[in-house]
Design a protein around this ligand. Sequence first.
Ligand SMILES: Nc1nc2c([nH]c(=O)n2[C@H]2C[C@H](O)[C@@H](COP(=O)(O)OP(=O)(O)OP(=O)(O)O)O2)c(=O)[nH]1
Length: 140
Amino acid sequence: MEKNPTWTCVVALALCGGDGRWLMHRRPQNKHHGGLWEFPGGKVEIGENPSLALVREIKEELGLQLTLEELEPVGFAQEPPNATTAQLVILLYKASWSGAPIEALEGGAIGWFSPAELVAIDMPPLDIALARGLFEKALD
Ligand SMILES: Nc1nc2c([nH]c(=O)n2[C@H]2C[C@H](O)[C@@H](COP(=O)(O)OP(=O)(O)OP(=O)(O)O)O2)c(=O)[nH]1
């Protein structure tokens, strides 16, 4: 069996506001995938629980204190195996938000999008698959 021990686990959040729009974060220009819109989140650290990693990332990036109970796993996407770089595996969770306005605390920008708008913005390849899976029923 071929083994790929170098994959990287990323956790990401699909956050739905009270008006049915979803939050996306625009990556700072100087980063990998700079300028593209992504679900907020980040890399899971070695030995870290994925849901706890997402709670940590969202606190750092958006200043929101989510609880584990609020996070619903809704899908995942993974890069094809690749001999030269670590394969990304993204776990997507869903939560709702109707509290105070949110800002991007670590650079970049945030935006709120309807499902139809969200699937049309510029995103990294894995996010296109995640967004389509998330809104499969809504877009039919
Ligand atoms: N947070 C997040 N990252 C994503 C998404 N889609 C996607 O391809 N990625 C990639 C970008 C990054 O390479 C990696 C997440 O790492 P990160 O959010 O901690 O970003 P980072 O700036 O620390 O990563 P990097 O500079 O090392 O690339 O996953 C997404 O929807 N959300």
